[in-house]
Design a binder for this molecule. Structure first.
Ligand code: NDP
Length: 322
């Protein structure tokens, strides 16, 4: 799906100066572009390496209004992309490697080009948090996964581990019981952070086993994961567990590395909004999971994209008058 999207509109872009550049092509980025392009603002979307964002990693989306039978995440993003293009926005599938927000017009550098704009909307979203355990990187995509809906079916009849104690971990664990022999939830505390209803569902599921006060010290294997070293943090006792796969579901981190030192971030590195979707720099706006760690829904991200676009339109009108 991703490759198909890229091939469709990865034409060389000769124009370098735009009214607004939108960095990121998830629900917030596409929605922002639909609105700015429709408002006749010359709009460039730089989509990054995963056009479509986190929804490209999901299967069915049941709670996005307008699709009474649900819709596959990648399909929803393909539709949003087509709508963005139909409105007249330019989309390029390139990665932003640097930005210069110190003076106007703002500069956005990709691997291939340097672009300028009078306003920028940051819609870079968030990425799954990494565990930091030994072997995690080595076995990533070789038994270590951050997306149960994407990879769960590969682990039929195996012992699977899920790390985390929030709603994501519990939701993934319940989903994985469809395929796994058993699902082992490894959580660093002795209580879950997940909502009561999710906890109840997990406790009632006899395929789910809990390992409380436990962390993973090491992930081992040869071609793929086959063992983990698990440690009880209260007794410090280590045990080896034979596993077929490991799913990390310990929250997300905002994709804000590019902007550090230029715009204000909070203590968790999310973008701080000053007034509506305005960031600490006049002319730079943010939308979606890159600033929102509370709602984190496709529909709220799209809503923030709309808000940022309306703010940009107003900002550009006011600044042209000066
Ligand atoms: P959360 O931040 O809610 O939970 C993260 C979990 O991972 C916590 O249990 C935390 O432990 C644990 N954790 C964090 N860092 C580490 C680490 N380095 N090592 C081991 N464990 C770690 O993230 P979620 O992604 O679960 O949820 C995010 C938001 O999305 C929440 O508001 C949630 O309610 C919502 N959501 C709702 C769903 C639903 O309603 N169906 C489904 C999925 C998400 P500790 O508890 O010790 O801090």
């Amino acid at each position: 799906m991703q490759a198909e999207i890229r091939a469709e509109s990865n034409k060389p872009e000769t124009k370098k100066k735009f009214d607004v550049i939108i960095i990121g092509a998830g629900p917030s980025g596409y929605t922002a572009a639909i609105y700015t392009a429709r408002a006749k603002r010359d709009t460039l979307v730089i989509s990054g390496m995963l056009p479509g964002g986190q929804l490209m990693l999901t299967t069915e989306v049941e709670n996005y209004p307008g699709f009474s039978d649900g819709i596959l995440g990648p399909e929803l993003m393909t539709i949003m992309r087509k709508q963005t293009e139909r409105m007249g926005a330019t989309i390029i599938d390139d990665e932003v490697v640097n930005v210069d927000f110190r003076r106007k017009p703002f500069k956005v550098l990709t691997y291939a080009e340097e672009y300028e704009a009078d306003a920028v909307i940051i819609a870079t979203g968030a990425s799954p948090r990494k565990l930091g355990a030994k072997g995690e990187q080595e076995f990533s995509a070789k038994g270590v996964s951050y997306c149960a809906t994407c990879d769960g079916p590969f682990f039929k009849n195996q012992e699977i581990v899920v790390v985390g104690g929030g709603d994501s971990a519990i939701e993934e664990a319940i989903f994985l019981t469809k395929f796994a022999k058993n699902v082992h939830i490894i959580h660093r505390k002795d209580t879950l952070r997940a909502s009561k209803i999710m906890q109840d569902r997990a406790f009632e599921n006899n395929k789910i086993k809990f390992h409380w006060n436990s962390v993973i010290d090491e992930i081992k294997g040869s071609q793929k994961v086959n063992q983990i070293m698990i440690r009880n943090v209260t007794t410090n006792q280590q045990n080896i567990m034979d596993v077929g796969g490991l799913f990390v579901a310990i929250g997300h981190e905002p994709n804000t590395n590019l902007f550090k030192g230029q715009i204000e971030l909070d203590e968790q590195d999310y973008i701080v909004l000053k007034n509506h979707t305005y960031t600490s720099i006049e002319g730079i706006f943010a939308a979606g999971d890159v600033h929102d760690h509370r709602y984190r829904q496709a529909i709220t991200a799209a809503g923030f994209g709309c808000m940022a676009a309306i703010d940009v339109d107003k900002y550009l009108s006011e600044n042209r008058r000066k």
